[in-house]
Design a binder for this molecule. Structure first.
Ligand code: F6R
Length: 609
């Protein structure tokens, strides 16, 4: 989704803004722009397209020279990506950048048109610039902002500059992320910390309906009535390196390689004395004993992590778990009560549908637990309890390491759940935890097999459509493997429970249709193999991903990727196996000439419904 940056300080503002926007590229965008005070005049440069186009435009039109300004990368919602729809938007006295959606913009536009305002763009955001101007009087920007915010419906993060105040940046938020960076004699606003991490690690989280003013005295915070608000400064644990490629050609590959380390970190943070321990976040055995049903709700990859979680919790704790797509859950009037535990899973912690599902669960009295990677995010702050996964910044749009730490957290929860409810003994909980401790090595062993994954990917590059099949945990993985592949390689793919293909979809199998068969679950291996043979008999090209030593009948498999899981319980093999699927997706994307970090049409953090 859109990225916002703003700067006030002694540095070259254009450089800081462009650098910040580059760090926010991962969020997804289709146009960019900046507005900088140069000799007390606002100079705006904006364009459709990528930051490279923006750089060209800055070269030809001249870089604004100044020390105060705002910048934006836009992911189009209202109005096509075009120069005129790009942000910043201005009406002369007020210039803004906006992330989010103004739901009542049509009404506002009508009212403002009656007041004599003319609109240049098709965006909802321009209405905000005009409304700010409408309320701006007596050189009082704060009044204009508070009055404007009271009239906006929807979600926003706003960066605002007023022509009369060349040494001030204002910002406000509701529902969309905005963070204030506090440097030495300089201040920043940004949609995410990496945008200013190079200059300062100190930040303040802006809450909903709060406003910040950056001026030469630093950052001052206000509420919707314009009254001062005291805020706490925090220090980011991430360092600049974590948000850089560190020699890898893409963030995605770097993030795949980080998995052994981040899985270990997450394990360390959620265990004590060899067993899962959630007491620090207030999740006690007593509470777990009182849970009647579990719902896991999330979107995309996070939801697929939830399916692994469901299988694990039901297997060991014998508690019913329903996994629901957050955008459905929030509107399906779910039946919830105080005995229910609703788990929301999110890397960004800002996904609009997941957040709405969480709000709904809370309003219905269920206990809520968030599994979130960004600890300062809205979802992390909203949930009753929050497991902070330690993947570090995930910059590539396609989620990889965040998925792995999400499932690690859900496994640990499953073991603690099972113990708390008497489904397993303490020694069994210890044994399972110690097996989970072996997954970082198993993941490393899979990553060492990158060449074989690349070869598998090379077999897919001319394919138009393919299938993933598996049973049980392998089915859960098929869903994730298929999503990963299609989102970055643009090869159409479907994931099927292996036993389900013959109920219709098998008619799509033709000569050489690739079918990636995940066959790691030993108790149902023969069943999976039968399903694989059914499609092989109809001409499929079979890539089998299996445990080292798995035997198949001669001629039934075209390419075998045998993975060394060591002594891992079958329940835990999704962790190393997913890395092979991520690598196949990554190489398929690269071999087809795509940029795996920035797949077309996608945004990293989806803050619209
Ligand atoms: C796919 C992917 C998305 C996200 C989904 C939820 O690779 O990254 O499917 O998993 O948009 O995002 P979060 O986890 O931030 O809530």
């Amino acid at each position: 989704m859109c990225g916002i940056v703003g700067y006030l300080g002694a540095r070259d503002c254009t450089e800081v803004l462009m650098d910040g926007l580059e760090k926010l590229e991962y969020r997804g965008y289709d146009s960019a722009g900046i507005a900088v005070f140069e000799n007390n005049e606002i100079k705006t440069v904006k364009t459709r397209g990528k930051l490279s186009q923006m750089k060209n435009k800055l070269e030809t039109e001249g870089k604004p020279v100044g020390h105060c300004g705002i910048g934006h990368t836009r992911w189009a919602t209202h109005g096509e990506p075009s120069d005129v729809n790009s942000h910043p938007h201005s009406n002369g006295r007020v210039t803004i950048v906006h992330n989010g959606i103004i739901e009542n913009y049509a009404e506002l536009k009508e009212f403002l048109t009656e007041q004599g305002y003319t609109f240049l763009s098709q965006t909802d955001s321009e209405a905000v610039a005009c409304l700010l101007d409408y309320y701006y009087s007596e050189r009082n920007p704060l009044h204009a902002i508070t009055e404007t915010l009271k009239e906006l419906r929807g979600s926003y993060a706003l960066g605002i500059i007023f022509k009369d105040f060349p040494e001030r940046v204002y910002a406000a938020r509701r529902g969309s992320p905005l963070i204030v960076g506090v440097g030495d004699g300089e201040s920043f606003i940004a949609s995410d910390i990496p945008a200013f991490l190079k200059y300062t690690k100190d930040y303040v989280l802006l809450d909903d309906d709060e406003i910040v003013r950056l001026d030469k005295d630093g950052a001052k915070f206000f509420d919707l009535h314009g009254l001062p608000v005291k805020k706490e400064t925090q220090t980011a644990e991430w360092d600049v390196e974590q948000a850089q490629k560190c020699g890898f050609p893409h963030y995605m590959l770097k993030e795949i390689h980080e998995q052994p380390e981040v899985v270990q970190k997450t394990l360390d943070s959620l265990t004590s004395e060899g067993v899962p321990d959630f007491s620090e976040i207030g999740l006690t055995d007593e509470m777990l004993r009182g849970v009647g049903r579990v719902f896991i709700t999330a979107c995309g990859t996070a939801m697929y992590a939830g399916i692994v979680g469901k299988y694990a919790i039901e297997k060991v704790a014998r508690v019913p778990v329903a996994v629901e797509i957050a955008s459905e859950f929030r509107y399906m009037n779910p039946i919830l009560n105080a005995e229910d535990l609703v788990i929301v899973v999110s890397q960004s912690g800002e996904t609009a549908d997941t957040k709405a599902a969480l709000e709904l669960a809370k309003s219905r009295g269920a206990k809520t637990l968030a599994v979130v990677n960004v600890k300062y995010s809205a979802i992390a702050r909203l949930a009753d309890m929050c497991v902070n996964t330690l993947a570090g910044p995930e910059i590539a749009v396609a989620s990889t390491k965040a998925y792995s730490v999400q499932i690690v957290s859900l496994y640990l929860l499953a073991f603690r759940f099972a113990y708390a409810r008497g489904a397993i003994s303490e020694s069994e909980m210890k044994r399972l935890t110690s097996l989970l401790e072996q997954t970082p090595q198993a993941i490393s062993r899979v990553i060492e097999r990158s060449d074989e994954c690349q070869f598998a990917a090379s077999q897919l590059i001319n394919t138009e459509t393919l299938f993933f099949i598996g049973r049980g945990f392998d089915y859960a993985l098929s869903l994730e493997g298929s999503l990963k592949l299609k989102e970055i390689s643009y090869i159409h793919s479907e994931a099927y429970a292996a036993g389900e293909l013959k109920h219709g979809t098998i008619s799509l199998i033709e000569q050489n249709t690739p079918v990636i068969t995940i066959a790691t679950q030993r108790h149902i291996l023969e069943k999976t193999i039968s399903n694989m043979e059914e499609v092989k008999a109809r001409g499929a090209y079979i890539i089998a991903i299996c445990r080292k030593g798995t035997m198949f009948a001669e001629g039934s498999v075209d390419l075998k990727l045998e993975l060394d899981f060591g002594d891992l319980d079958d329940m835990l093999v999704p962790l190393p196996t997913v890395c092979a699927l991520q690598l196949i997706a990554y190489y398929s994307s690269v071999l087809r000439g795509n940029d795996p970090d920035k797949p077309r049409n996608l945004a990293k953090s989806v803050t619209t419904e």
